[in-house]
Write a protein that binds this ligand. Structure first.
Ligand code: HGY
Ligand code: MN
Ligand code: MN
Length: 399
């Protein structure tokens, strides 16, 4: 038997930074270490592993060529200073569920796979769900390969450094055709389950969301000699943008009409204590319960502080298969149906026409994208039981 808590413990030290959070970026030695764990765990279960042309790893139980696979999985990368559960809980739970099925002698009539998508967070190159988006062909490979990290290294150069061929990336229709249904288990990022008796919820949809870039130019000068009246300081516009994001989203945000706006990343040039910056670049992460609200929110933010916002990635609402969600809720003792403001590879696969579902495991504080992210051990094990029930239900029949 493989226990999900033990599996998470096996990787607890990989990519941990001095703040106690995780820095598990794509195309780094940390990702390679996690891949070695993934491959070794798969091998211990007799699963055959392959890495596809986009860097996603697949552990197969059965022959993918038989088609109509039931796939579960998530990601192992993190945001900078991320938590231990966002992504890894889904991968570890997939292994534990498959191990339990094997221990019980379950004989699936169709292939089962555990997928580990690369760079779901976009922590290094700024584009989320990179591996699943390349696979589904919704991003243009040459644009993506030119994305640079904070050190100016392109995605293509980083792939070369890790022994990968950037010329191979791109849509993988054959792989998509192998999949009948994808089910992603993920730690809940919010508090919808905490006030219920349910450890597991079933996803219905992902809100529309996106990332906008704002470049603000000022006039570089000396912090000590430039008179205040003479300054053209871009930090003042940045301050107005940060305030506008908070005020405009706060004005709308309510349980029936959720709205979120965050400025979490800023680049200041030259970023010196004694120099008035020349340029400031800020990124807005905005999300809302519906398209119209999101568009209005971003427009209101831009207009209220007089900046222009360049959309770097925008994701319309992503809905999961509703009859499937209802079926899984019934299978899981009326597990609550819930939407989410967090993006996931499952949303990308759903957009590509794959029948998709999500399971959320209760998070006692709701906190995520921080070292304080957590899930009770009993809830993690309840998540594995739920995932196993779902995989058995979906893999014992060929519809
Ligand atoms: O940003 C998100 O919602 C996801 O964690 N990538
Ligand atoms: Mn995340
Ligand atoms: Mn995630």
């Amino acid at each position: 038997m493989l226990d999900v808590v033990d599996l998470l413990e096996q990787i607890v030290g990989i990519g941990k930074d001095r703040t106690g959070g995780y820095r598990r970026f794509a195309l780094t030695d940390t990702e390679r270490e996690l891949a070695e764990w993934f491959d070794a765990t798969a091998a211990s279960l007799g699963l055959s592993v392959e890495c596809d042309r986009n860097g996603n790893r697949w552990a197969w139980w059965g022959n993918p060529a038989d088609g109509d696979a039931i796939v579960t999985g998530s990601h192992l990368d993190s945001v900078p200073r991320g938590g231990a559960f966002d992504g890894p809980l889904g991968v570890a739970s997939g292994f534990a569920a498959i191990a339990s099925m094997k221990d019980r002698g379950v004989q699936p009539v169709r292939p089962i796979a555990l997928a580990c998508f690369t760079d779901e967070e976009g922590g290094r190159f700024g584009l989320a769900c990179l591996g699943s988006r390349l696979m589904t062909g919704v991003v243009e490979p040459t644009r993506v390969l030119g994305l640079r990290d904070d050190d100016g290294i392109t995605l293509a150069e980083a792939m070369h450094a890790q022994g990968r061929d950037p010329h191979l990336v791109g849509a993988d229709q054959a792989r998509l055709a192998d999949i009948n249904t994808f089910v992603e288990l993920h730690v809940e990022q919010g508090r919808a389950l905490i006030d219920t008796e349910h450890a597991v919820g079933v996803g219905t949809r992902i809100w529309p969301h996106g990332r906008w870039r704002c470049d603000i130019t000022g006039r570089a000068d000396h912090a000590g000699t430039a008179r205040m009246v003479d300054r053209d300081d871009p930090m003042l516009t940045l301050a107005a943008l940060i305030d506008a994001a908070h005020v405009q989203a706060g004005r709308i945000d309510s349980p029936n009409r959720p709205a979120r706006a965050t400025i979490g990343r800023v680049q200041i040039t030259p970023n010196a204590i004694n120099a008035i910056p020349a340029v400031v670049t800020a990124w807005l992460d905005a999300r809302a319960g519906d398209e119209q609200t999101l568009t209005a929110l971003v427009d209101d933010i831009a207009r209220s502080c007089g900046v222009s916002l360049l959309a770097e990635s925008s994701t319309p609402e992503q809905t999961f298969d509703r009859p499937l969600a209802g079926h899984l809720s019934g299978l899981l003792a009326s597990a609550p149906l819930m939407d989410t403001g967090a993006g996931h590879d499952a949303g990308v696969l759903s957009d590509a026409g794959v029948r998709t579902a999500m399971l959320f495991v209760r998070n006692p504080t709701g906190v995520s994208h921080a070292p304080e992210e957590s899930a009770e051990e009993s809830d993690c094990r309840a998540g594995v039981e739920a995932l196993e029930r779902v995989l058995v239900d979906l893999s014992l029949t060929r519809t």
